[in-house]
Design a protein around this ligand. Sequence first.
Ligand code: MN
Length: 371
Amino acid sequence: MDGGRQLLRPLDDNTRETDMLGDTAIEGRAYKRIATEEAFCPPELLERYRRLLADNAVDDIGFNGMWGFYANSSSDRCQFIRDHLTDVGDVRLSHMDEAGIDFAVLALTSPGVQVMTTADGTAFATYANDWLADAIARNPDRFDGLAACAPQDPVAAAKEIERGVTKLGLKGVIVNSHIQHEYLDDQKFWAVFEAAEALDVPIYLHPNSPSDGLIKPMLGRGLDGAIWGFSVETGLHVLRIIVAGVFDRFPKLQLVLGHVGESLPFTLYRLDYMHRASAASGRYEGMPALKRSISDYLRDNVHYTNSGVAWDPPIRFLQETMGVDRVMYAMDYPYQYSVEEVARLDAMTIEPAAKKAFFEDNARKLFKLAI
Ligand code: MN
């Protein structure tokens, strides 16, 4: 079946076509499946969001729209997401078993603590990381996780990253794109990069709703969310980080981008050509000359996951352009729980070694997983 036609076949939410599965049991399978962008939250986060929404306390169009819906809607989809974000026990494990996911790297759901006041966000990140560490300790053979932080206070965030990694054993950092409409390329945030590089852990730059300056033309047609806006927001964020020279300053730093690189890999040639031309022209004060080209940083300082994209053409393209050792599997549970997608990815037309790298080896190496 060709990839284009396969894409046209509709997928229902939470499809359970178990007869399509190749092999959910690990015995006899050539690789473990490690899912690397799996969301959770303590129930208290939903309570906090509801209170912030009721008090109209967050100056963020995207947050108010997205969580106004997810926190309160009685639709089946929203109920499913709320119930399963907050579960890191039997139900999640049974869904992982059903889909044949051996291991999940958990991260605090978007936008995490980034909509809170500086003091509240800093305190809640600590609470959420402790809550996550407890969940991992109950099922260490199934879960690991990433440390949340509140970049609103970059020095406190760096300390929490260090505590999360060295004391709690967390394997990286989650940042949910913009921080109250600001981006990490601003040097005031660079303590976060410094901490991650020093600890040799990656930062997963996960989507958030677009910042207020980006979101308005998307809203009228419902394009602000995962359908399109998330990639615009997150792709912009990583480009700002690159163009600012963050990787010249922190050359060993590794980011992770989901959603097959938030569409950036397809534009590599033009990014390089136009960046070279624009930087040389001196047109923009905020576009300094860099040591390397944009595609060099995207190849050497970024890892990628397919989260939410169970379609092999862009995954193969990502492997070809970024390297087989940089592309990892993710499901994006519970926002996108589809057993059938696992079977589709198992059936990808790539070499067995590349498939094992995708499902298992790359995640184990990048996150230094003990499994
Ligand atoms: Mn996600």
